[in-house]
Every structure is written in C-alpha cells, then in structure tokens.
Design a protein around this ligand. Structure first.
Ligand SMILES: *[C@@H]1O[C@H](CO)[C@@H](O)[C@H](O)[C@H]1NC(C)=O
Ligand SMILES: *[C@@H]1O[C@H](CO)[C@@H](O)[C@H](O)[C@H]1NC(C)=O
Ligand SMILES: *[C@@H]1O[C@H](CO)[C@@H](O)[C@H](O)[C@H]1NC(C)=O
Length: 212
C-alpha cells in the first residue's frame, strides 16, 4: 500500500542487517531477562529498526526511522528521522516482548519504550474530550507512563490502552520550538490531523513477536 516493490526489498535488507546486529548484541544478562534466556538462536525475535511511513505523499517523505534524540544510552523522547544526509547514524533497534516495546540500548541493557500522557489536548479537538489528550513516546531505563500493549499486526505497529487501539495511526509532528525535529504523537480516538502534524504508520519487516 505504501511502498513500491523495490522499496520493500530495500527495507527488508535493512531489517536483515539490523537482525544480524541483534544477534551480535545478544550477550548480556539483562537482555536475556527480556528474551526468556533459552533462545537457542541467540537472537531476539523480531528485533530491528522501525520504519516510519506516511500515506500522504510517501515519495516526498522518503525513508524514515523511529529514532532517539541525543546520545545513545540517555533517556529521551522518540522522534522520526530520515536516513538521508551525511549525519546518518544507525537507528535504534526495537523489539516487542510480552506485548511491551523495548529498545536495545547496548550489549547488556534494554530501555523501555514508554507512552507518556502530556495532559495537553490535541490542538484540533474539543477540549471536553479527554481521549484527545496527546500521548508521547520516550525511552528510559525504567518502565513508567500510560499502561498499554504493543502489537504487530502484519508489519504495522499498534498501541492499545484500556481496550482502545490507535489502529496503527501515529502522528509525526513538527516541534514548534525546533522545527527540524519531528516528534511522535498518539491519540486514542480518531481526530482531525492536528496542526503541524501528519499521519504516519510504524513498520517492521524483520518479523513478528515469536508465538509463545
Ligand atoms: C549499557 O548501558 C547502560 C545504560 O545506559 C550503562 O549503564 C552501561 O554501562 C552500558 N554498558 C556497556 C557495556 O556499554
Ligand atoms: C520529552 O519531552 C518533554 C517535553 O519537551 C520533556 O519534558 C521530557 O523530559 C522529555 N522526556 C525525556 C525522557 O527526555
Ligand atoms: C491523560 O490525562 C488526562 C488528564 O489527567 C486524562 O483525562 C486522560 O484520561 C489521560 N489519558 C490516558 C490515556 O491516560
């Protein structure tokens, strides 16, 4: 739907590359806590980069990844970053375990992907509707924020909270104070696209969480 055949192959190649990295990373005690330990392949199932796509003008959007701001190993908000340009660095590797989303931090640790309730309202919605509160994604060493579950449906990432799904819809939003930064927002109802935002979907071609 979003990608041409050759783009899909390219994305698949990226995915396999990052899976190879994930194999090399599978060493530490902490990581084995999150992967059940007895994984004979020594590999975290489904670990890989998350590609961010948009149904609106996909060719202009190009190839983008779920990324982390700042120095790796520090708690930070998740953003969307292009692979273009000389400053390209490898995007972070993510995986789902027991319906929770994690980021591989280094050989021995993982970070939690948390969904934070900003208590700010969507700027395009009746403020009386509590569900139009803006949710943000961050990575930290500790679990915190809104309780919810993460799932792959096909290649597409979904977030659910209290029986309500985002149906795979995320928003890529230009930060007002730093317009070069595209942050991620989640809303649990269908809302008109907020100002300075566009609908995006998050994908992995590496594989799905291993059936338990
Ligand atoms: C892995 O990351 C954690 C948290 O950022 C850090 O405390 C630890 O020293 C790192 N370990 C290695 C081997 O880099
Ligand atoms: C994410 O961004 C918000 C708003 O700028 C900030 O208050 C918060 O500390 C950031 N979260 C992390 C983990 O850095
Ligand atoms: C976010 O916070 C607001 C205000 O406290 C609340 O009404 C809303 O239900 C919260 N949303 C979630 C998903 O926790």
């Amino acid at each position: 739907m979003f990608a041409s055949g050759s783009l899909k192959i390219l994305l698949l190649a990226f995915g396999l590359f990052s899976m190879a990295n994930a194999i090399a990373l599978y060493e530490g005690a902490l990581i084995s806590d999150y992967t059940g330990g007895a994984n004979e392949a020594g590999m975290i199932p489904g670990a890989g980069w998350i590609t961010v796509m948009t149904p609106e003008n996909p060719s202009r959007w190009g190839i983008k990844y779920l990324s982390a701001l700042g120095v790796r190993g520090n708690p930070t908000n998740l953003t969307i970053r292009s692979n273009a340009g000389p400053r390209f660095t490898e995007p972070p590797v993510f995986f789902i375990k027991n319906e929770q989303l994690y980021q591989l931090n280094n050989q021995s640790s993982v970070f939690h992907v948390n969904v934070m309730n900003t208590t700010e309202l969507s700027n395009s919605r009746d403020p009386a509707d509590a569900q139009s509160h803006k949710l943000r994604m961050e990575i930290t060493p500790q679990k915190r924020g809104v309780r919810g579950v993460w799932k792959w449906k096909g290649t597409m990432l979904h977030f659910e909270h209290g029986g309500i799904s985002n149906r795979g819809v995320f928003y890529g939003c230009q930060e007002e104070i730093a317009p070069t930064i595209t942050s991620l927002e989640i809303y649990l109802t269908s809302i008109p696209t907020p100002k300075f935002c566009q609908i995006v979907t998050l994908h992995s071609w590496v594989g799905r969480e291993r059936p338990e």
